[in-house]
Design a protein around this ligand. Structure first.
Ligand code: FEO
Ligand code: CA
Ligand code: CA
Ligand code: CA
Length: 574
């Protein structure tokens, strides 16, 4: 823009009110379209979704998986793209005709087929403006049974990774990222919950550090010994990684990039500085850490040598000082506390036990570090801290912290490879009616920020995931906030406006844009998730009841992708 001419307002839309409706709400002048709900066949001749949960495992393998989360749209020619999409978990009450009463191998197989990733071609119809799934040689499913490879310092041949079955599958794929060389990276989050046993079992220190116990919510181990932590303990070491998938090569195996560490990964946000690749990743559990991987040398030269830029580099963990400064501490075998004398065997050992390594170097505990976004204008880094007990220090200022906050840091000289930074709290989430420190109002009160991302024009998009716990909404101060929401923020002025609200019981997660910035894709996950926080799911307490998006009394709620467009064809948020 010309000097002296004021910049146009970044947030040009009218904020919407909090909502408790069983619907997706968007501002005046915008439209929302539901696409690819759970069970949609990924090829036009594939098996149709059965609304009573009676699709088989073999059918689920050829359908869109369950519980959509992180995603990225890779542009193809014209107004089409390949959408790579995570399926985080399944809800046993929705996934089967008979819920979780019994467990069989077929039910385990349908569950593992409901997890993983979908890659599907989407195209915007020129006349109607609607987005549609198209047949394509790229359309595929990656599930918890797809053969995978391990690369980087931890190989599949590592003694701690040898289990009773070949290396296969990815699990609990929550947040995601994408690389400058056109691949998708997906995060394995709460992998511990899939393992259990009926044998006598005492968890090791390392198993405890990742929350592995004899009890599993899914009980897969009762039908399939792969998931029996006593009989097949090393299988759990194959999860908790960032996995790279090439959406343009349907035959290529997913690759677990072990140099990025083994935690409950949330976000694998890739940026570059000085030609080097940098990946930020959270570890979503209260009191865990935020990590950064810095690639060695030019990523382009690595690629030219047919090496992966994600296999060669250093993993760091953040230490936030109370004075607003911070440093990145290396998780490198032989450095600092991570020596043979202290019981560390080699770099593979450091990476398999990433959490313990981060403990040993003195990283800073955070209130559930989830998604990371990098401002394209100045390379500042934003991190959502969803909520928590309040882990202390000025970096976790509220105790307890039921609403969360968003941290921001500026790497030294704006260089994302730098090893020191300065930080501040970008926004403290919540409702001023319950916490006077909160500087938000009717247009923007929100709680539990989770997904976060920038668009090309520099708007920061914030998505919430209010957990459906046993607490009532009033008892945790969420009664004015309504259903989960997506908000847009101006990173300079800190203006924040509510842009979208999702159906009852759902979270909103996943952010990606069409190349022209005129279609925004988000996911509605777990509509109608039954819990007393939203009232028991009875007609007398209807706030728990969602039948979105089909509204079929004989059907069941389904996670789905929603595409938002502006009716005048403009950029989203403008
Ligand atoms: Fe799966 Fe941390 O959200
Ligand atoms: Ca999340
Ligand atoms: Ca969630
Ligand atoms: Ca979440």
């Amino acid at each position: 823009s010309k000097p002296g001419k004021p910049k146009p307002k970044l947030l040009g839309f009218e904020a919407i009110a909090p909502s408790t409706d069983d619907a997706v709400r968007v501002p005046e002048g915008y439209s929302a379209q539901v696409i690819i709900p759970w069970g949609t066949p990924i090829h036009s001749r594939g098996p149709q979704f059965k609304k009573d949960g009676s699709n088989t495992a073999a059918e689920q393998r050829r359908q869109i998986g369950a519980h959509h989360d992180g995603m990225h749209l890779f542009p193809l020619t014209g107004s089409s793209g390949l959408l790579a999409l995570n399926h985080e978990y399944i809800d046993t009450t929705l996934h089967y005709t008979d819920g979780s009463a019994t467990i069989t191998q077929e039910k385990v197989d349908k569950a593992t087929a409901g997890h993983g990733i979908s890659v599907v071609k989407l195209e915007r119809d020129k006349r109607s403006g609607k987005w549609e799934l198209k047949d394509s040689r790229y359309n595929r499913r990656v599930t918890t049974d797809t053969p995978v490879e391990f690369s980087g310092p931890v190989r599949a041949s590592h003694p701690l990774l040898r289990s009773n079955n070949a290396p296969k599958g990815t699990l609990n794929n929550c947040s995601s990222g994408y690389t400058p060389w056109g691949t998708y990276v997906t995060c394995e989050e709460n992998f511990n919950g899939y393992f259990g046993t009926d044998e006598a079992f005492t968890a090791t220190t390392e198993q405890k550090r990742y929350g592995i116990t004899a009890t599993s919510g899914y009980n897969w181990h009762k039908a399939d010994a792969r998931w029996d932590i006593a009989k097949n303990p090393n299988e759990a070491n194959r999860f908790g990684w960032v996995v790279e998938i090439d959406p343009f090569d349907p035959k290529a195996a997913p690759v677990k990039r072990t140099a990025l560490g083994r935690v409950k990964h949330e976000s694998a946000t890739v940026t570059e500085s000085k030609g080097q690749v940098v990946v930020y990743t959270g570890d979503d559990q209260d009191g865990e850490y935020v990590y950064k991987f810095v690639g060695d040398g030019s990523w382009r030269k690595r690629r030219a040598k047919r090496q992966s830029p994600l296999d060669h580099g250093t993993l760091y963990v953040a230490k936030f000082n109370d004075d607003g400064s911070g440093v990145w501490l290396p998780l490198e075998f032989g450095k600092g506390a991570l020596t043979a004398a202290n019981g560390w065997a080699d770099q593979a050992d450091v990476l398999i036990r990433t959490r313990s390594a981060a403990d040993a170097v003195g990283a800073t505990k955070l209130d559930r570090p989830e998604w990371v976004a990098v401002n394209p204008d100045n390379k500042d880094v934003y991190l959502t801290l969803t909520n928590g007990v309040g882990n202390g220090g000025t970096v976790n200022p509220r105790k307890p912290n039921p609403y969360g906050h968003i941290l921001r840091w500026h790497e030294k000289n704006g260089d994302n490879t730098a090893l020191s930074f300065t930080w501040d709290v970008f926004v403290l989430a919540g409702d001023p009616a319950y916490d006077p420190a909160v500087q938000l109002g009717p247009d923007n009160i929100f709680g539990s920020p989770d997904g976060i991302g920038f668009d090309a024009d520099g708007r920061l998009w914030i998505q919430t995931d209010i957990s459906n716990t046993s607490q009532t909404l009033a008892s945790k101060g969420y009664d004015n906030i309504g259903n989960c929401a997506m908000l847009a923020a101006d990173p300079e002025t800190k203006e924040i406006k509510r842009f979208l609200t999702v159906p009852r019981g759902a979270e909103v997660t996943g952010i990606t844009f069409a190349a022209d910035g005129r279609s925004l894709f988000v996911n509605v996950q777990h509509p109608g998730e039954a819990s007393t926080a939203w009232g028991a799911p009875t007609p007398a307490n209807p706030r728990a009841v969602s039948n979105w998006p089909d509204f079929d009394p004989a059907g069941r709620p389904r996670s789905a992708t929603v595409v938002i467009t502006k009716n005048d064809g403009g950029k989203i948020g403008s």
